[in-house]
Design a protein around this ligand. Structure first.
Ligand code: ZN
Length: 510
């Protein structure tokens, strides 16, 4: 496991993370019938203005301090207005979710999604449409049963964590010990943990617009908790689902056992928030005996692929603005918000520019990554296979936070420097969508290798107040996606990509 991969895996908690549909065996890429038929026009979930109703960019923003906005205001207004029309993004997402379904690495569905994406991108007239082979982890969830044997026998709601080993058919029966933090685990020490099942009952705080979701910290228990419990002699680990709001649905996601660091892999599962609270209440009264049976299995690496398409630049086609999202999902729900939405936003963004005849100076390249969810295999492969070309990547944007009301962009790193300043100028163009926020920090898991190579990396921000309610659960389904916001997000990405690819200087020029 190289250092990028380790950093990458640790950082995965920032974005993504899956429950219980039977995975299918690895398969060669079949070619399903595509592209999507136009679905019935769904009603938006929330009333939002159509593009025609959106106000124009405010004249008050004009001024010498905003050279990018001043140069592109009229064109961006056109891209946003035309791009936000129709439901091209939703038609694609409806096919991906309803006809292909969830797409975990190694599954036949992911191979179908790779073939569908390629065919659809080619049918929409893009250039350089192809796939690039990537070896990905193939892990099967199998079945899970978690029961309280004593003092009050009952079944609990749980699902395996990605890459967890199985328990064997007889399962693991042991007393549970409940902790709410890594410090509390450390205090218990081997004497309090050896031979037991550890439950990390860490509460994820509610979303606030000021602080965001709290997912980063909460998911740390899912990613690193089981390995930490194993070090002290635990026989299995449970983590409270990383969500602030629960309807007794467990949230899966990856857990990390680093064999090179000497981690011992133990069976690990996420329990629904309600079940974590139940176990904690019973354990406060006295000893609680649990039985966990888990048939998860790791099949090693199998072939998959990243899918690539381009709108070639008119003057400097060797320079690239990359639009990224991940084609895989967990093996639960439909992978609609995570990350079918991002995939179809980026596909549609390219098509909006193609349909409008808007060809920027540089090339815009869509990369639909494989296996972000348990190992960012596609991102690592892209970084290696395109290493010589990375200095020509002038910017990269990832959409992997769901599609809700457009909010703005994040930028990898600190709130300073030329790229940050130019971004503050650029986002004023998105005022018609109300998407003028810029936050410094993380961009996207699939961009980690690009950020490490010095490429300016941006993340697509939408209203994240409900994203983690559905994230990595059976509830991540198409009906959670508002078709109007989805198309607005595609228009936003088209506009941002166009400007980044066309402006005379690179985003990060000194
Ligand atoms: Zn994701």
């Amino acid at each position: 496991m190289n250092s990028i991969r380790l950093v990458a895996l640790a950082t995965l908690v920032a974005a993504c993370g899956a429950p219980t549909k039977k995975p299918t065996p690895p398969a060669p890429s079949p070619a399903p019938e595509v592209p999507a038929p136009q679905p019935e026009q769904p009603k938006p979930i929330s009333p939002v203005p159509t593009a025609a109703e959106l106000p124009g960019a405010a004249a008050t923003l004009r001024g010498p301090e905003r050279p990018i906005a001043n140069a592109y205001r009229d064109l961006v207004a056109k891209i946003l207005a035309q791009g936000a029309q129709g439901q091209g993004a939703y038609a694609k997402l409806a096919y991906l979710t309803d006809h292909i379904g969830n797409r975990v690495a190694g599954s036949r569905a992911l191979a179908q999604a790779v073939a569908w994406a390629q065919k659809t991108l080619a049918a929409e007239g893009h250039e350089q449409v192809h796939s690039e082979k990537v070896m990905v982890s193939y892990w099967q969830r199998g079945d899970l049963s978690l029961q309280v044997l004593a003092p009050a026998p009952q079944s609990l709601h749980a699902t395996a964590l990605g890459l967890s080993p199985g328990t064997g058919k007889n399962g693991i029966t042991a007393e549970v010990v409940v902790v709410d933090s890594f410090d509390a685990l450390t205090k218990l020490g081997p004497a309090g943990v050896k031979g037991k099942i550890v439950l990390f009952n860490h509460e994820m705080p509610a979303y606030t617009s000021e602080h965001g979701s709290g997912y980063g910290e909460a998911s740390g228990y899912r990613v690193k908790g089981p390995a930490a419990a194993a070090k002290l002699g635990a026989v299995a680990a449970l983590t409270r689902s990383a969500t602030a709001r629960s309807l007794r649905t467990p949230h899966t996601g990856m857990t990390l056992f680093d064999a090179e660091a000497g981690d011992r892999a133990i069976p690990a599962a996420a329990v629904a928030v309600e079940d974590a609270l139940l176990i904690a209440r019973l354990a406060a009264e006295g000893p609680v005996k649990l039985k966990l049976v888990l048939t998860a299995k790791d099949h090693g690496k199998v072939p998959s692929a990243n899918v690539i398409a381009e709108l070639r630049g008119r003057e400097q086609p060797d320079e690239i603005v990359l639009l990224g999202a991940h084609l895989d999902s967990w093996d639960v729900g439909q992978g609609a918000q995570d990350d079918g939405a991002g995939v179809t936003i980026m596909m549609e963004a390219l098509s909006i520019l193609r349909r409008g005849g808007w060809q920027p100076r540089r090339t815009i390249r869509v990369v639909l990554y494989t296996n972000e969810e348990h190992g960012i295999d596609g991102a690592i492969a892209y970084g290696k296979d395109h290493a010589a070309e990375l200095p020509k990547h002038v910017a990269a944007i990832e959409s992997d936070g769901g599609s809700f009301k457009p909010v703005g962009l994040s930028i990898e790193g600190k709130a300073e420097g030329p790229a940050y300043s130019r971004l503050l100028d650029l986002v004023t163009l998105l005022e018609p969508l109300g998407a003028t926020k810029v936050s410094a920090g993380h961009s996207g898991s699939d961009l980690i290798p690009l950020a490490a190579a010095g490429v300016p990396c941006l993340g697509h921000l939408t209203d994240g107040s409900t994203y983690f309610d559905y994230h990595h659960t059976e509830a991540d389904t198409l009906d959670k996606v508002d078709p109007v916001y989805l198309q607005q997000n595609a228009a936003m990405m088209a506009a941002v990509a166009y400007v980044l690819a066309d402006m005379p200087e690179r985003l990060d020029a000194q």
